[in-house]
Write a new protein. Structure first.
Length: 203
């Protein structure tokens, strides 16, 4: 396909297709998911809390009124959204340790950003402790649990952990939007590639 000027507008796509044809790039795989390695999971956890710190750095500049201001989002305020991310981590932690979570806690427990940070740092320690206890040989383990509606579920640990990080990324994006809506500065880039670049620069 060419544009009016005779220049292919999709050179990247053509390159990728030629690489697939030569066998240099994998075709779409069907069936079983490839397992994540233990070190990859540690890196993912490192990213999760690196992004958390950037988020909280931006949120710390808010007034108490801005922190709790209703914004009409999935979880009304910035405070409520941060509390939800922590609740989700806490619920998955309970499942990983064989407990049955009872539900979400009141967001009002987070009186300010310092309270949010203390809770989130505590959750980080527990997540890292679970990962360390499991070790490389057990991250592919399937765990049984009941979801919040009481239905029986079974999922692979590394997939659960991926979900926790992805869930946090989704809601951190919502907080970024709410910060902008209030005229506050958004966090520094929380993109995964920014995390990788930072790691390379420190290496």
């Amino acid at each position: 396909m060419q544009s009016a000027r005779g220049v292919d507008p999709r050179p990247g796509m053509r390159f990728a297709m030629s690489m697939i044809a030569q066998g240099s790039l994998p075709r779409k795989r069907e069936g079983k998911l490839k397992n994540m390695k233990y070190d990859d999971l540690i890196l993912l956890v490192d990213y999760n809390y690196w992004a958390r710190d950037r988020l909280l750095e931006a949120v710390a500049a808010l007034s108490p009124e801005q922190f709790t201001r209703p914004m009409g989002n999935s979880f009304s305020s910035i405070r409520d959204t941060v509390a939800h991310i922590c609740d989700a981590e806490s619920i998955w932690l309970a499942r990983w340790t064989g407990e049955q979570p009872t539900g979400f806690k009141s967001a009002e427990r987070m009186a300010d950003v310092d309270a949010a940070r203390r809770e989130w740092v505590g959750l980080e320690k527990e997540v890292r402790a679970v990962l360390e206890r499991l070790g490389p040989e057990n991250v592919e383990r399937t765990l049984q649990y009941r979801d919040m509606r009481g239905a029986e579920r079974s999922d692979v640990f590394w997939q659960m952990l991926q979900h926790v990080v992805n869930h946090g990324s989704y809601h951190r994006g919502q907080v970024t939007t709410m910060l902008r809506q209030q005229g506050a500065s958004p966090p520094k880039s929380m993109d995964l590639i920014a995390f990788y670049r930072g790691r390379r620069e420190k290496a």
